[in-house]
Design a protein around this ligand. Structure first.
Ligand code: GCB
Length: 605
């Protein structure tokens, strides 16, 4: 059970939530002197940067962009006098990858893991009706005892550098909104929901956790604000007659108003938007509300110019408009849980989300996608640090599922991306992670993980854990690209035949396939990296998808070009985007649009 509530901060009659976004004082700590120099009481200098944002791309110095170590933030915190007697928290949407929080020089929280929210309880530390000082020390180093995995090295000039075992830039800092929150002493802490639908009626079973013992009342309001159901008690069922279901790309959201009451007095009120829908895997079908759905969409990143991985509300809006334009219905939050606002938008727009925990880089290589295609194996799960890694992984999993379980858009959990799966040591690790996901999710959503190229029917020891088999495959790119592409497709079909022969009677989806493409390159006949090649590659790959009835989804890699570590494999980033980093289409976007607009939602169902 988590120490603090994961509920998204909202204003209601009983609650207060104030955004702390804006310009914060900022300081890199190259000499690791912050603590000794008393920075917990306030930072030296006058430098300021925006929150939320990654710090890396604002500056013109390479030493700043590549900086590894501690980074400090500070801002003033005015606490209203009328909040005395309430519980007061500072809530961080995330701090990448770990943070320690100080208020008025007193340590009030620490958190490990860069992509999930955490709270600092500051009730007894703050001065009311006065200005307080909030200082945050963030650290962005990588190791193999936490996720995502990588290493941190020291160069001969003494500077530290991170080496990710994953293919995205190690953006860091305060990437998401920070809120100052005031809650009543007795408050709603958590909410579980499960759905049953029969004919035109629905039953919403709920369980509300509160911090006290007073009575709980719930009313469910439809989009017009009319009451659709009412219930009392911390556990129960809301019966909804003529329920409007939440459907794929046709969302309907009810508002669930939860109140803690003491006779006539409302002690707390929390409002949660919910969508009535069921999710199930049955045989080869992925069923939403009992009807098969074929996934069309993307692996994405939170990544854009200037703010890096910082939440950017304008980019989010543009991304959803592009996904609607192209006929997509789903995306994977590769390779970490995204900002909460993204799920709220997906709920509203009827998109399906495969929600991924930041377990990426569990494969010893800086280019695992390359090494894995050579058949190389490494025993990643036999390290001394594996128990610590597992603990961090399970913690992030719990935080993710508790945070995201009430979004109708979330239909599946992705528990790892491209881990090493060929050694026996992987198996008990996987078992723990998969079992925990099942326990944590009241809706028992399907669980999956993305299989790297060398995780094959004959080599992978872990695919049996997956409710949906998710493949990342690059036949025609990392394997036999260019003029050899026909051989690549033959190898691809051979692999699919081997999966078919296993008769797993489970859905398969592609969580990655794609080819790097420079928006500047056109070539007739095509060569790798040209826009023409990306189109040819897709046509051939889609023909393979279309030949197997158990393939139930295609999430292309990637929605947009994105920043990575520099190196010979990457041209200022990964260029497998269907859109550029500035969110303009490559030629292939029109090809995908034609295909996806034509494929029925229940394709192959
Ligand atoms: C993968 C990884 C992804 C990379 C991609 C690529 O298998 O999961 O993070 O960006 O391949 O483009 O190589």
């Amino acid at each position: 059970m988590l120490e603090h509530s994961m509920l998204y901060p909202r204003m209601t009659a009983a609650r207060r939530a104030v955004s702390l976004d804006g310009m914060w004082k900022f300081r890199l700590d190259e000499k690791s002197e912050g603590e000794a120099a008393g920075w917990v009481d306030g930072l030296p200098g006058m430098e300021r940067i925006p929150v939320p944002a990654s710090f890396q791309d604002f500056y013109t110095s390479k030493d700043v962009r590549e900086y590894a170590g501690d980074l400090w933030y500070e801002r003033e915190l005015f606490i209203p006098g009328e909040w005395e007697g309430k519980k007061v928290f500072v809530r961080f949407g995330s701090a990448t990858h770990r943070a320690q929080v100080y208020v008025n020089g007193v340590k009030v929280a620490e958190h490990e893991g860069g992509f999930l929210p955490f709270c600092a309880d500051v009730t007894d530390v703050v001065r009311y009706n006065a200005v307080n000082r909030l200082v945050v020390k963030v650290n962005n180093e990588l190791n193999v005892a936490n996720i995502p995995c990588g290493t941190t090295v020291t160069l001969s000039n003494g500077k530290k550098m991170t080496k990710p075992y994953f293919d995205f830039f190690n953006y860091s800092g305060l990437h998401r909104s920070v809120h100052l929150v005031a809650l009543p002493m007795e408050s709603v802490f958590d909410l579980d929901l499960t759905y049953e639908i029969e004919g035109t009626n629905a039953w919403v079973s709920y369980r509300v956790a509160t911090t006290g013992e007073h009575a709980v009342q719930l009313s469910l309001l439809d989009e017009e604000g009319r009451q659709a159901a009412y219930a009392e008690g911390k556990e129960g069922v809301l019966e909804v007659k003529d329920a409007r279901l939440w459907q794929v790309r046709d969302a309907y959201l009810y508002r669930l108003v939860i109140q803690i009451v003491d006779e006539d007095e409302v002690l707390d009120e929390y409002v949660q938007e919910i969508g009535i829908r069921t999710v199930e895997v049955k045989g080869k079908d992925i069923l939403i509300n009992g009807k098969p759905v074929y996934l069309k969409g993307f692996g994405k990143h939170e990544d854009s110019d200037v703010v890096g991985r910082g939440f950017n509300i304008g980019v989010m809006k543009r991304d959803f408009e592009l996904m609607k334009w192209i006929g997509a219905n789903s995306f994977r939050t590769s390779h970490y849980p995204y900002s909460e606002e993204v799920y709220q938008m997906a709920d509203r727009e009827g998109f399906l989300i495969i929600d991924e925990v930041p377990a990426v880089g569990l494969f010893e290589s800086m280019m695992n996608f390359m090494e894995a295609s050579t058949g190389k194996t490494t025993a990643f799960f036999e390290k001394e640090t594996t128990p610590a890694l597992l603990a961090a992984h399970l913690m992030a999993l719990e935080e993710m599922i508790v945070r995201d379980k009430n979004h109708p858009s979330v239909i599946m959990w992705s528990l790892l991306n491209e881990p090493e799966t060929t050694s026996d040591a992987a198996v008990p690790y996987f078992k723990e992670v998969f079992d925990r996901a099942r326990i944590l999710d009241p809706q028992k959503r399907p669980r999956t993980f993305a299989l790297v190229m060398n995780s094959l029917p004959g080599t992978c020891k872990c695919y049996p854990f997956s409710d949906v088999i998710a493949l990342n495959r690059y036949y025609g790119w990392y394997v036999k690209g260019g003029y050899e592409i026909d051989d690549a497709m033959e190898a691809f079909r051979r692999e699919m035949e081997a999966w078919k022969a296993l008769e797993l009677n489970r859905p398969f989806i592609f969580t990655e396939y794609g080819a790097d493409t420079l928006v500047s390159e056109h070539k007739l006949p095509s060569v790798m990296w040209s826009q023409e090649y990306q189109e040819e590659y897709l046509c051939l790959t889609h023909a393979v998808f279309d030949s197997y009835d158990f393939i139930r989804g295609e999430l292309i890699w990637n929605f947009a070009d994105f920043q990575t570590t520099e190196g010979i494999m990457r041209v200022n980033g990964n260029k497998k985007g269907v859109f550029t980093r500035q969110r303009q289409p490559k030629s292939v976007a029109y090809l995908l649009r034609r295909r996806w607009k034509e494929l029925p939602v229940d394709y192959k169902g």
